[in-house]
Design a protein around this ligand. Structure first.
Ligand code: NAD
Length: 260
């Protein structure tokens, strides 16, 4: 069944990990996908894969922490296909992992602007287009900062992730009158390049003797860590009308990792 037939979706952070898997899943279901990432090269590969499936894609190199760049992405998407139905606000970074004492204000700002301000911008500039016929916005938060606080050294990341949760719920309430749904997904440890970076940086933290619990081995379900494709299935469900009575919800996809 083509759940997104004739629909247009914009995906941020589409060059890697969860964003890439979601872009492919939405395209497999008939969606035309605007692929946003800092790195054009990675999204070009995704575009080729989408075209091989027989759907359409648009490559947009942009930094979603910058208002003008986000606005331009929407303009180009509308120029290309004339409509917008789904927005996956997913781009994010781990940012600097360091004890609060050592975290520089500019490092804090970088994480907050990449993860939280970018979410505000991605939602804000979508509204004029989505409000015509309604639509679905999905925000990638995390269990980190919402249910667990074990990754010492990730204070800026956790703050940005719980910030996305508050923002997403306010947006759901505010945009319901236009038939725009907003849901927040909270993955646990998922195998993507973001986590390779975290684990590398955590090794450094170990050297300064801050105890870190590794996500591996912390999931009750056997398939650990989770896969980007598993998150992509949830994104497809939330993007489609199958979930049309779900808005303002936080959905955990973590194999119960956050309950331990
Ligand atoms: P990833 O590093 O594989 O992919 C993230 C992509 O976002 C990269 O291609 C990167 O270039 C892009 N990006 C980052 N900042 C950007 C910006 N300002 N503008 C445009 N593109 C930008 O990581 P991932 O694991 O797929 O992460 C996706 C989201 O999932 C993030 O918001 C992350 O916080 C969240 N998340 C990941 C995990 C996990 O375990 N992997 C767990 C919980 C939440």
């Amino acid at each position: 069944e083509n759940l997104l037939q004739n629909q247009v979706a914009l995906v941020t952070g589409a060059g890697s990990g969860i964003g890439r898997a979601a872009a492919l899943r939405l395209a497999q279901n008939g969606g035309k996908i605007a692929l946003i990432d800092l790195h054009k090269k990675n999204v070009e590969e995704v575009k080729n894969q989408i075209e091989e499936m027989g759907s359409e894609a648009l490559v947009l190199e942009a930094n979603v922490a910058h208002p003008k760049e986000v606005e331009t992405c929407y303009k180009r998407t509308i120029d290309q296909w004339g409509r917008l139905d789904v927005v996956f606000a997913n781009a994010g970074i781990n940012g600097k992992v360091a004890p609060i004492e050592d975290l520089e204000p500019k490092e804090w700002d970088l994480t907050i602007s990449n993860n939280l301000t970018s979410t505000f911008l991605t939602v804000k500039y979508a509204i004029p287009y989505l409000k015509k016929e309604g639509g679905s916005i999905i925000i990638t938060s995390s269990i980190n900062g919402n249910r667990i606080y074990k990754n010492i050294g990730m204070s800026a990341y956790s703050t940005s992730k719980i910030g996305q949760m508050g923002f997403g719920k306010m947006a759901a309430l505010e945009l319901a009158k236009y038939g725009i749904r907003v849901n927040i997904i909270c993955p646990g440890a998922i195998e993507t390049s973001i986590n390779q970076n975290t684990w590398k940086e955590n090794e450094q933290l170990k050297k300064v003797e801050i105890p870190i619990e590794y996500p591996e081995g912390n999931q009750p379900l056997k398939h650990k860590p989770g896969k980007a494709e598993q998150v992509a299935d949830l994104v497809l469900f939330l993007a489609s009308t199958q979930s049309n009575h779900i808005t303002g919800s936080e959905i955990y996809i973590d194999g119960a990792e956050s309950l331990l």
